[in-house]
Design a protein around this ligand. Structure first.
Ligand code: PLP
Length: 411
């Protein structure tokens, strides 16, 4: 007769044990469940511009469609030459160290390149200095590669600038790299040049690699100017990450690049490792590579959205102002990117578990945000929302937050 074989539990690899990415975690799963039940959820959880009516510049779409017939085959592992030349040229006209097309790698979004950069660099126990709060893929990619994420604090009192003394105090003989996310997700901070100089000086003194995630470098408000890490450290090995998801609103294309600058002779082995990883995934999505040249060389329509009268600027202003009007809520004014990271005063509101807070807010008000601890922020007193929805929706959302918070007040 049939024998019943007890099936061995299929468990995830140990590599994944410390990996978490809460932006698409349990709270989002609950939102999907509620939507399946027919409920309408107001989603302020993800920095995905196109669905909010921030559509890509038309010339990008036209070029990609035109190139589609020629984009059927694999490309070079690092990417098509015309796009890599466009990236090199883009940096040439900026205050950026020279970058050779051979040192530019195109990826399926910045995300893939972040994972490759960590996989190629880290041995078990190697440490990477990462901001808290951070864009959590950086922490997840460090852990997945066997590294140990070490978070340095960004100081809310100083408009969320990195605390350079804290970075210095956390450097050990296992530290390999310092990661800077500027403009920052989730805080919206744009770092002053002296702060970047102080960070790069630490890298210089302790022989560390710099990694700069600058995907929001063109989304700036109130006249803020962006300084690239590579520009203040042309004498150091620096990996700069950028792409088309945000300023060019084609997040779904999965199109990004990595540019390596500074001295490379001493890093030949690492760079060869990156090339092996690029070879292994064959190449990035080729049609999306064709978007890069036209995006960087074309009309920069993002400026219409962020300058006075621009839709994104107006939405930031409204959301920032309304949040600060709620008792016990304070929020720094983002100088860049797409997010607000308000603080809940623990003397006013009783929140010990901010994932539960996000879940309760979702169930109660049908509003989806991401809890601050999802960004490796250590205490349950912040959350992130995107200001991509139109003003009326943002007003509605902040109203729901206020109503919900009233049920969490200590008095
Ligand atoms: N880096 C930061 C700071 C981000 O906020 C995001 C997306 O939100 C990414 C990288 C991922 O970008 P991509 O769409 O290019 O993978």
């Amino acid at each position: 007769g049939d024998t019943l074989v007890a099936m061995r539990p299929v468990t995830q690899s140990r590599k994944l044990r410390d990996v978490c990415y809460e932006i698409r975690g349990p709270v989002l799963a609950e939102a999907k469940r509620l939507e399946d039940e027919g409920q309408r959820i107001l989603k302020l959880n993800i920095g995905n511009p196109a669905p909010f009516g921030f559509e890509a510049p038309q010339d990008i779409l036209v070029d990609v469609i035109r190139e589609l017939p020629t984009a059927q085959g694999y490309s070079d592992s690092k990417g098509i030459l015309s796009a890599r030349r466009a990236v090199a040229q883009h940096y040439e006209v900026r205050d950026f160290p020279p970058v050779n097309v051979e040192d530019i790698y195109l990826g399926n979004g910045v995300s893939e390149l972040i994972v490759m950069a960590m996989q190629g660099l880290l041995d078990n126990g190697d440490e990477v200095l990462l901001p808290a709060p951070d864009y959590p893929l950086w922490t997840a990619a460090t852990s997945l590669a066997g590294g140990r994420p070490v978070h340095y604090v960004c100081d809310e009192q100083a408009d969320w600038a990195p605390d350079v003394d804290d970075i210095a105090s956390k450097i050990t003989d296992r530290t390999r790299a310092i990661v800077v996310i500027n403009p920052n997700n989730p805080t919206g901070a744009v770092y002053p040049r002296p702060v970047l100089e102080a960070i790069t000086e630490l890298a210089r003194r302790h022989d560390l690699i710099l990694m700069a995630d600058e995907i929001y470098d063109k989304i700036l408000f109130d006249g803020a100017t962006h300084t690239s890490v590579a520009a203040v450290a042309p004498d150091l090995l620096c990996l700069t990450f950028n792409g088309l998801s945000k300023a060019y609103r084609v997040a779904g294309f999965r199109s990004g690049w990595l540019a390596i600058t500074g001295p490379k002779e001493h890093a030949r082995s690492y760079i060869e490792g990156l090339t092996i990883l690029a070879n292994m995934r064959l190449c990035a999505n080729v049609p999306a590579q064709h978007a890069i040249q036209v995006a960087l060389g074309g009309y920069q329509s993002i400026n219409e959205l962020i300058l006075p009268g621009g839709r994104l600027l107006e939405q930031r202003n409204v959301a920032h102002e309304l949040l600060n009007q709620i008792e016990g809520v304070s929020c720094t004014k983002p100088q860049g990117a797409l997010y607000l990271f308000p603080r809940l005063d623990p003397d006013v509101y009783a929140v010990d578990d901010d994932e539960k807070f996000a879940l309760d807010l979702l169930r109660d008000q049908k509003l989806l945000i991401v809890q601050g601890t999802g960004f490796n922020w250590p205490t349950p007193d912040h959350f992130r929302l995107v200001f991509l929805p139109r003003v009326e929706e943002l007003e509605d959302a902040v109203g729901r937050i206020e109503k919900f918070l009233a049920t969490h007040a200590r008095r």
